[in-house]
Design a binder for this molecule. Structure first.
Ligand SMILES: NC(=O)c1ccc[n+]([C@@H]2O[C@H](COP(=O)([O-])OP(=O)(O)OC[C@H]3O[C@@H](n4cnc5c(N)ncnc54)[C@H](OP(=O)(O)O)[C@@H]3O)[C@@H](O)[C@H]2O)c1
Length: 329
């Protein structure tokens, strides 16, 4: 029987999520890759335990994580049931709906019909009564924003989620969504955008909207799926995401340009006494609007490395300038 470490709250930092009452760990764990039906259950279980032992209270899922779709929720449900159930009140579990899940017109995007059915399926797969955060996983260009937001409001009122969030919404759509949700009485807790040294779109307006609206943020793929680590510096390892047929990082995305930048960034990281992964995480967490960096992992060491980032989150001005120069070269 798993018993969590008594020291689990000692190393982690907890940051307030926007203007809400909820705090999230500065490092959260996502189950997009390496927790599916195709992955060894023992490794998935060990990573969840290690994360929780290190103070990672937040686990991020979505209806479609696997493969096959839905299987990451089943894996997490099984871990929860066997060993973590008595820690439920110490956990923040999120899931999402937006991408394709089942055939026909009701199996993706942002209708009330899809969001509510999908959450019911997710709760069933995980064997829980509620999630802490439920997200609209992507903006739907056809469904009225009012419908998607009122479905989120309904979900909170029905007790199936405590908070709601949005993912990958543009700055303007985020402001609109936030206003609708506030008018319904269910404020938008959090936005989940992609953000890393290699993908900086949120700096063009979204961060300002988050600050003004009091919405928290959790940045996904802060390591650019592994490109901002030492993993690809000497080619594509056989067990890496880029070499797996179901991996979302394709070998052609491991470009010479990215690898060469990663090599130069690693030199800066070394001078800070950090790994490249740690510097990349500290860099996304440098914004006052940042609540959490949402990492992925395929082994325990990735989680340990990420949590050790918290020993040095500050940057000198010349370090930031050198990083800028390297990224724009
Ligand atoms: N909202 C959305 O639309 C959306 C989209 C994508 C992801 N997400 C969320 O964000 C989470 C994280 O995404 P991500 O997995 O792309 O994040 P990431 O942290 O950028 O990449 C994680 C991958 O980097 C590699 N890695 C991590 N630490 C390492 C280290 N110290 N040394 C060497 N390699 C290391 C591992 O690759 P290997 O597996 O190759 O070892 C790991 O699987 C997902 O699980 C999901 O919850 C959300």
């Amino acid at each position: 029987m798993y018993q969590s470490s008594n020291n689990r709250y000692e190393a982690m930092h907890y940051r307030r999520c926007g203007r809400s009452g909820l705090k999230l760990p500065a490092i959260s764990l996502g189950l997009w890759h390496n927790f599916g039906g195709v992955d060894p259950m023992e490794n998935s279980r060990a990573m969840v335990y290690r994360a929780f032992d290190l103070g990672i209270t937040h686990f991020d899922l979505a209806n479609n994580y696997g493969p096959p779709p839905g299987s990451a929720e089943e894996t997490f449900g099984s871990i929860l049931r066997s060993d973590l159930a008595h820690y439920r009140d110490e956990l923040v579990i999120s899931t999402k709906a937006g991408y394709y899940m089942w055939p026909g017109p009701y199996g993706e995007w942002g209708s009330r019909k899809y969001l509510i059915s999908s959450l019911d399926q997710s709760l069933h797969r995980m064997g829980i009564d509620y999630v802490d955060i439920f997200y609209s996983h992507r903006p739907d260009p056809e469904t009225p924003l009012e419908e998607t937001m009122s479905a989120l409001d309904h979900i909170v009122r029905s007790g199936k989620a405590l908070y709601v969030g949005i993912s990958s919404y543009s700055a303007d759509r985020t402001r609109d969504a936030s206003r609708i949700l506030r008018s319904l009485g269910t404020p938008c807790l959090i936005h989940q955008p992609r953000y890393s040294m290699f993908d900086r779109w949120i700096e063009e307006g979204l961060l300002t909207v988050l600050r003004e609206e009091g919405i928290g943020s959790i940045f996904f793929s802060p390591l650019a799926q592994g490109l901002l680590t030492d993993k690809y510096l000497n080619g594509i390892p056989a067990d890496s995401r880029a070499s797996k047929p179901h991996g979302f990082l394709k070998p052609e995305q491991v470009t010479q340009g990215k690898v060469s930048k990663a090599g130069r960034l690693q030199e800066i990281a070394k001078r800070r006494d950090q790994t490249l992964a740690q510097m990349a995480l500290a860099w996304v967490l440098r914004h006052p609007e940042a609540t959490s960096a949402l990492i992925g992992a395929s082994r325990l060491e990735h989680i340990e490395d990420a949590v050790a980032t918290l020993r040095n989150l500050t940057f000198e001005r010349d370090e930031l300038e050198l990083i800028e120069k390297t990224l724009s070269s």
